[in-house]
Design a protein around this ligand. Structure first.
Ligand code: THU
Length: 136
């Protein structure tokens, strides 16, 4: 099914993608999260000569949003130069779940395709803040 992502979220993610620091993978990724108040926060992937220290666009967007004072995301968009929809890594799925309802729209954009999915689909049977009980 052909789906069209929200234009403002896509534009924000593409703007971030253009700033990706990717001298090793040459694979720029952009992410944008929409906050409860409607604002948008961006993130790009930032790599490091010590490869394992590199961080994905999605986690940078999530952490930037928290730094801006927001801990609830109503939707998320990720864009990368994959043929089909880009697939967020497992670490990013888990981090996004911390701040995003499992049913909220997650837009995954590649060169020839967009998938509208959710964290419930991307990370089934996940460990989430609810599992920690009252102290969580
Ligand atoms: N990457 C992301 O930023 N997000 C994804 O969803 C997939 C992978 C980054 C990590 C690394 O900088 C590069 O893409 C290649 O894996």
């Amino acid at each position: 099914m052909v789906v069209t992502p929200p234009a403002d979220l896509l534009e924000a993610a593409r703007e971030a993608q253009a700033k990706a620091y990717v001298p090793y993978s040459h694979f720029p990724v952009g992410a944008a999260v929409r906050l409860a108040d409607g604002g948008i926060v961006q993130g790009c992937n930032v790599e490091n000569a010590s490869y394992g220290l590199s961080i994905c666009a999605e986690r940078n967007a999530a952490f930037a949003a928290v730094t801006a004072g927001a801990t609830s995301f109503s939707e998320v968009l990720v864009v990368g130069e994959t043929t089909g929809p880009i697939a967020p890594c497992g670490a990013c799925r888990q981090v996004l779940l911390e701040f995003t309802d499992p049913a909220a729209p997650i837009w995954l954009v590649g060169r020839d395709g967009t998938l509208r999915t959710s964290l419930g689909e991307l990370l089934p049977h996940a460990f989430s803040p609810r599992d920690l009980g009252p102290q969580g």
